[in-house]
Write a protein that binds this ligand. Sequence first.
Ligand code: HEM
Length: 406
Amino acid sequence: RLAVERAGLRVLAWRGDLLARVVSAPWRDERYGVYAAIRASGGVHRSRVGMTAIATHELCSKVLRDRTFGVRTADGSQPPPFAASPLPGEIETAPSFLELDPPEHTRLRALARPAFSPSKISGYRAGVVRATERLLARALAKGDFDLMADFAAPLPITVISELLGIPDVDADTFARYGRVLGASLDGIKSVDHARALRTANRELRALFTRLIALRRSEPGDDVISALVAAGSVTELDLATTCELLLVAGFETTTNLIGNAVWSFARHPDQWDRLRGDHALAGQAIEEVLRYESPVQMTARFPHEDVELAGVRIPQDTLTVVLVGAAGRDPAVFERPDEFDIGRVAGDHLAFSSGIHYCLGAPLARLEGEVALTALAEALPRLRTTSTPRWRPTSVIRGLSTLPLSA
Ligand code: HEM
């Protein structure tokens, strides 16, 4: 309840401010206009309530790479506002490495890194293809289907549960609670939501604790076995890392797929182009990441007073890095508001930059590319049966439903 109230107060404090247009309804759908306004005024917006927003590619990139900026305040006390860790409940919790500065970040990230090596990622391809084909066949058999519920949401959860080696008997529990936890990236919406999160948290922790013990005695070829083998780490660090992989990789990838299909639905010429040349799928995913970044913003705190583009930012100011705005910056991308899969858009910041660069980026790219190729093969036309709606979220950019007809 306290966390909900605190989040509510923060939103209230932002009301009336330029940045409030980005973080609160009903302005979210106009976010690209707000980003452009911040860029036009120099790229750094100092809010009346004391935080800062950054909207140019150059400055976002600089802040993300500059070690003067951390994910916590200088004394380490204040955690990031867009944290991936679940709510504290009856279970013991610890910050994940997404929410830690060096040296803890370095130590814990190294633990998970081997699971995302190039050879591991290419080993995951067959499983991703299998899951994609199975889910798509089931969705298409329905005739009219919801791309989000029937395909984009189950695909990443299936892939992550295979990666983590979740046994078949636990797969449904994992998917159900994983969905609740995965949706927490945008904060807590209500007391009911907080309660559901707490239960999901407890159930998933129990599942991970059992699996960690199992893989200690019977190692397999899965990510949990790799984490266990990586060295001397506490049970809590292991469980927290599993939870991070679930939370960070679920909603984000779901919305990458949804944002891709919706962008193509509004640009049938680009869909025809992809259907004519499936080799463009990888490049098209980069364009979607640039054009409709599934994660729109992250946050940093300067550990000392700094100056950015002539604007002074005092130590420990909450600095919102608008990576979704960086992708629309005309200084880097020609015709930034056009969706064009012919461009090489790899310079976007959708996966962040610097030491917190998305560890799962190669897996997300693989899932996006495989999903898009399968959809291009299966659907000659993208026929939407009603107007989809953007979810009322700020950090995450994604659709609640995307009704399609096979
Ligand atoms: C970090 C985006 C998929 C695991 C991040 C960050 C971003 C991001 C922006 C950094 C946030 C910051 O700098 O504050 C995305 C997007 C994805 C995606 C857009 C899909 C389209 C995945 C997947 C996984 C994953 C599939 C793993 C299964 C992680 C981890 C971190 C991270 C572990 C923390 C890295 C660190 O702090 O060192 N992601 N992500 N992500 N992501 Fe992803």
